[in-house]
Design a protein around this ligand. Structure first.
Ligand SMILES: Cc1ncc(COP(=O)(O)O)c(C=O)c1O
Length: 444
């Protein structure tokens, strides 16, 4: 064991292969975080910084909330682990009740996973198995959407629409197709919420179904609001139209609400905000306030009932994970939902939207800013790439300038994305956007 004092502060070695990170760059200036509380992280050098990303779109109630911490502690000391294969624990049922009570009518059943990626892969399997059970076994194709992000499992990646994520891994699931992003920069740039026009962009689904026989399509998988692909609000009426087309052709609609769930849109789920109920909904992140890994698929009763009534005797859905409904995750989830309820955080997010929107769009004319998109408590800012430099270099410099000013934002290439905890205060919104304004003024 090396003596800590002998190791240079920034030498973290290379044993840890970080996800979605340039390990070589990270080693030059490792960003290490030591503690978190409320809206803030404490960095290894002692500085407190405002967390404008809710961790990674997940800590919706703010960090280290005592009721959640306490619930996890108690669970760990009471029932550290039990599988849910042919047994389970009361916490799983209590949490499922609370979770489904928040969901749109009909989404009455929850299947638990450990991440959003697993939730999406589970939903894809559920959709295909459902089609088989109703005598539609030819329906195996999946339709995703450009710029969609559905995690890194092979199923989710197959419906994802971000080329650089798909590029390196050989064949994905065969016979997937992708809808275009319903965003036309020529007429929609700098949107404040959902563009009023553009619902007809949903007809791209009808078009795809003239290429792919609808009788071969199992499900459409989309984020109601594109999240990590760049916060693209859907045109008004677009999601309703997608729902209608799916219904007309016997195709299941899956909403991936890993980001939009748990209050980001001012309602429990984006489904309620949009007034559109999917057949399956995938969740993760805010489900436990990020404190314990967990994901879920909410299934509509009409899907669940088919499994219960039409499958052969025995296991109705041959799928699951060792840690599905882990006792610590269920305890964290139950405590999280109670914090959301007690503090009215979903309504709070809705009430904050006008000031969030106004503060973000104050950047509309800033140097090198080519688009600002806001919806709910989300924002993406497109930054003009630096001519002749590596892609993402200006975005990274903007994020670094913000960190210097005490605000942690996320640079995704030359795009800055924001998704703060729903407890953010007005003065913290001002601090965040003035750090960004200063960064755009100063970063060349
Ligand atoms: C919409 C969406 N789906 C799925 C995922 C994957 O979740 P996880 O990273 O927990 O596997 C993410 C992660 O950001 C996401 O934003």
């Amino acid at each position: 064991m090396p003596d800590d004092r002998m190791v240079p502060a920034n030498d973290v070695g290379d044993a840890f292969w970080l996800p979605f990170t340039s390990v070589r760059q990270f080693r030059e200036a490792p960003l290490l975080i030591e503690a978190a509380e409320g809206m803030h992280y404490t960095l290894a050098d002692g500085r407190r910084v405002l967390d404008a990303m809710a961790g990674l779109w997940c800590v919706n109630a703010g960090h280290a909330r005592p009721p959640i911490v306490e619930a996890i502690r108690t669970a760990a000391g009471t029932l550290d682990f039990v599988s849910s294969f042919r047994m389970s624990h009361k916490g799983a049922f209590a949490f499922t009740e609370a979770l489904t009570a928040l969901a749109p009518d009909g989404l009455d059943h929850a299947f638990f996973t450990n991440s959003g990626s697993e939730a999406v892969d589970t939903a894809i399997k559920m959709a295909r198995a459902y089609q088989r059970l109703i005598g539609q076994g030819s329906r195996t194709k999946l339709i995703g959407r450009a710029k969609g992000y559905h995690g890194m499992g092979f199923g989710g990646l197959s419906v994802s629409g971000i080329g650089r994520h798909r590029r390196d891994f050989g064949p994905l699931l065969p016979e997937t197709a992708h809808l275009p992003l319903p965003y036309d920069p020529a007429r929609m740039r700098f949107p404040h919420g959902c563009p009023a026009e553009g619902a007809e962009m949903a007809d791209a689904l009808e078009f795809l179904l003239t290429v792919h026989d609808p009788a071969t399509v199992a499900a459409v998988v989309i984020e109601p609001v594109t999240g990590s692909g760049g916060v693209y609000p859907p045109p008004q009426g677009y999601l309703t139209r997608i729902r209608e087309i799916c219904d007309r052709h016997g195709i299941l609609l899956v909403f991936d609400e890993v980001i939009t769930g748990f209050g980001r849109m001012g309602t429990p789920f984006a489904a309620q905000w949009a007034g559109v109920t999917p057949d399956l909904m995938t969740l993760a992140k805010g489900i436990t306030n990020g404190a314990v890994p967990m994901g879920a698929v909410l299934a509509h009763a009409r899907v669940f009932d088919v499994f219960m009534s039409k499958s052969a005797e025995g296991i109705e859905f041959n799928h699951g994970y060792t840690y599905s409904a882990h006792p610590l995750a269920c305890a964290a989830g139950l405590a999280t939902l109670e914090v959301y309820r007690a503090e009215g955080l979903f309504a709070r997010a809705g009430a904050l939207w006008p000031s969030w929107n106004a503060a973000a769009h104050a950047l509309d004319g800033a140097r090198n800013v080519t688009d600002v998109r806001t919806i709910g408590l989300l924002c993406a800012i497109d930054v003009a790439p630096r001519p002749g430099a590596a892609a993402g270099s200006r975005g990274a410099d903007v994020a670094a300038a913000c960190l210097e000013a005490g605000v942690l934002v996320r640079a995704s290439g030359d795009m800055i994305v924001l998704s703060p905890p729903l407890i953010i205060a007005d003065d913290e919104i001002r601090t965040l956007f003035s750090a960004l304004a200063h960064a755009f003024d100063t970063v060349p």
